[in-house]
Ligand binder design. Sequence first.
Ligand code: 1HE
Length: 255
Amino acid sequence: MTGVYTEGKIDGRIAELAMIRADKRNAMSEGLLREIEAFVDALPDAVRVVILHGQGGHFCAGLDLNEVVEHTGEEGVYHSRDWHRVLDKLHQGGRVFISAMTGAVIGGGLELATATHIRIAEPSVIFQLPEGRRGIFVGGGATVRVSRIIGADRMIEMMLTGRIYDADEGQQLGLAHYRVGEGEALPRARELAAKVAANAPMSNYFIVQALPRIADMSHADGLFTESLAAALSQITPDAAEGLAAFFEKRPPKFR
Ligand code: 1HE
């Protein structure tokens, strides 16, 4: 599954997608965005976890700035909505996405990473939102996703000054969940993917589907939705297996 800008592979429950536009630091051109969407759309049902990474030492240097100048205002809106559609497929599409991050996680690269559920940072990682310094604005979901992680207040300061957070700072802020050594992000992503892929599928599904939605709800609506998810998960065969395995003191074997 090799495209012009991506290289994908699938092994049972786990898929990997590499962005291979290394000469442009994996800057997100319309072509790259389209290939990511096509890969996700074509995933077989069996795939539960997808690892995303960038070839050449950088995760993604954000929006391809060559393409911005070509947009009319109207095209700019549609373009931003394209990002939203694709990143929603990652964030709330029902599968678990893991980012193995190196180098630039900048602008749209950070928007891409924060649409994934588990983020692993190598020492080379730099997190930045330089849009304010380029005369543009974020358009791939950062106002919602990044601000929910680090807070609107900190995101405002980050955008105003264009400051860079390194891997350690990013981990403290929640932009990364794991901080690993050089060359360790992809191996750690594979370990975590194997673990997550062995979970009960309905539990994973509810975790990635219910939580972001409940975050948008009122207290009362969130609690009610939680009860529905709890009740539905309890009547799956995997719940019976999980509980039996606990009492029989053995590891569970989910579907
Ligand atoms: C690019 C891009 C890009 C690199 N669009 N071409 N993102 C940014 O503002 C980040 C801009 N990039 C950088 O700050 C640096 O390139 C890096 C820190 C990522 C890497 O630095 P370095 O020294 O390793 O590489 P370089 O020499 O700067 O770049 C190598 C090539 O990649 C060069 O092209 P070349 O033809 O001169 O070799 C760069 O022009 C090209 N390149 N980044 C286009 N982003 C949904 S809205 C989101 C809005 C945003 O994402 S704004 C933030 C955009």
